[in-house]
Design a protein around this ligand. Structure first.
Ligand SMILES: [Zn+2]
Length: 226
């Protein structure tokens, strides 16, 4: 399809109709296959996910514990190695662990062997840090780079993982205030949404209570990624 045809196609779709279309596309790309949009109760579900790479994790965990909410924690293997107490605290809280590579390289530039090594080194580090809990089958590419790439997706699958992207991105790493991050999450969230957050972003730990309370007020149930 040429660029012009894509643009013509897009302009014929009313804005409201574009949202389910985008969701359908995400399902088609196998981005959110296992994540359900509604709880058994019929309430809409949302998945909070945190990419844990450096600072900010203790404050995020404290906020989640205070609100009695579980999230999915995508861990860098190198970070997990240095913070076993925090990893065990996540497990004790009921959070789900995920694999976010060993040290955050751009996977599109890696050889097949290097990709496998990143995944396996991180997995071993997380199992060791957590006291035996495997991050499988949850995986997230660093920068999301590799999502939909056939070579990388097939290695991830062969390693026993499902690659999770996201549908709600407040771009917290840009340095927004906590209030702005929370507002951006609330504006973007739809049933079944996967929210990506970074504990190391300046405003993110402080945004967690407002995100949780705002989503609760809109009827959302919190779930961890399968
Ligand atoms: Zn990351």
């Amino acid at each position: 399809m040429t660029r012009q045809r894509i643009r013509g196609f897009a302009t014929r779709i009313p804005h409201r109709a574009a949202i389910p279309l985008i969701l359908m596309l995400l399902f088609a790309l196998n981005v959110i296959p296992a994540a359900a949009a509604a709880a058994p109760s019929g309430d809409p579900v949302v998945y909070l996910t945190f990419d844990c790479e450096s600072s900010g994790v203790p404050r995020v965990l404290a906020a989640l514990e205070m609100e009695h909410v579980n999230a999915t924690m995508f861990l860098l293997g190198s970070w997990a190695q240095g913070h076993p107490a925090l990893v065990r605290r996540m497990v004790a809280d009921g959070d789900a662990l995920g694999n976010h590579s060993y040290n955050h390289p751009l996977f599109t530039r890696l050889s097949n062997a290097a990709v496998r090594s990143q995944i396996e080194l991180a997995q071993a580090a997380i199992i060791r840090a957590s006291g035996g809990v495997s991050p499988r089958p949850r995986f997230r590419f660093p920068y999301g780079a590799g999502q939909g790439n056939p070579r990388l997706m097939s290695i991830v699958a062969a390693e026993g993982y499902h690659a999770y992207y996201w549908t709600v991105d407040p771009q917290d790493w840009r340095g927004f205030s906590s209030a702005t991050i929370a507002q951006r999450v609330l504006n973007q969230t739809r049933p079944g949404g996967i929210v990506i957050l970074h504990p190391a972003a300046l405003g993110t730990p402080g945004a967690v209570p407002a995100i949780v309370n705002g989503l609760r007020a809109r009827g959302y149930q919190f779930a961890t990624l399968p």
